[in-house]
Write a protein that binds this ligand. Sequence first.
Ligand SMILES: [Zn+2]
Ligand SMILES: [Zn+2]
Length: 335
Amino acid sequence: MKAMLLQAQGQPLRQAELPRPKPGAGEILLKVHACGVCRTDLHVMDGDLRQPKLPLVLGHEIVGVVAEQGAQAQRFALGERVGVPWLGRTCGQCGYCASGRENLCNDALFTGYTLDGGYAEYALADERYCLALPDAYGDAEAAPLLCAGLIGYRALVAAGAAKRIGIYGFGAAAHIIAQVAVWQGREVFAFTRPGDADGQSFARELGAAWAGDSTAAPPQEIDAAILFAPVGALVPQALRHTARGGTVVCAGIHMSNIPEFPYSILWGERSVRSIANLTRRDGEAFFEIATKAGIRAEVETFPLAAANEALHRLSSGRVRGAAVLIMDEPGGAEK
Ligand SMILES: [Zn+2]
Ligand SMILES: [Zn+2]
């Protein structure tokens, strides 16, 4: 099978021909139709995230159909379409797993990081961690929902009942989660890279009440903030605009250092917290709400062989919505 392979961190991916993997017990082999390109993939490539499996097939927003079932794999039928998210497998027994917090399991394995992912024609997955996908979404459109959507949703839940919500970094996750927040009747304040007029008008099109530079002050105090941009300096900035009792949620897996800030901007029972990974329950909850709220994902598609270009565009902030790799017939994977 064709795959885009990470041989060592700090290097671009290279095209490779790999043997098609065989599903083990409880695993399914998927013929990949689409795979989203996520900022986390950049962190794995760059070395911000340590000790990946190497060589590695990146990609943890996989949409594919079941091509082969391993022994005891019977949850999905042959030919059925399923999604594979970042959380690839957990131990199932530790205190975290036993208390509904499998996202924190110390022995978790992650798709496209410690397990091979979906930048390939075929991918393996443990069927227990796969997600059923609503028919309302085509393959390319469903892909970014599998990480940007559902980890974004976990971050939104962590923001609590905030009525006015600030979103820093208006990329794949923000454009999906802003729609959920607006549907829930919240007001969204979108903060982009300074001067990103396109990003700001995109946010307004999706219902943001206000959009401006990340360095700017919103027109009103916000009740909570979600940071999708991996920029630590935004934490004190967001805190300064957040009302008492509000939470600043850091949604990314990696962030540059957070600069020192005065206690006074945290005082007033504000909190700063992070979001780590996802649970299967998050996935189910998110797809239920996405369908109800009629969330649409805006995607820019690239052929598998153009994975490096897609990653480069993402890192320079030039993707509107989400970048998605399409396998299969040229232009033919969208339903
Ligand atoms: Zn565990
Ligand atoms: Zn991701």
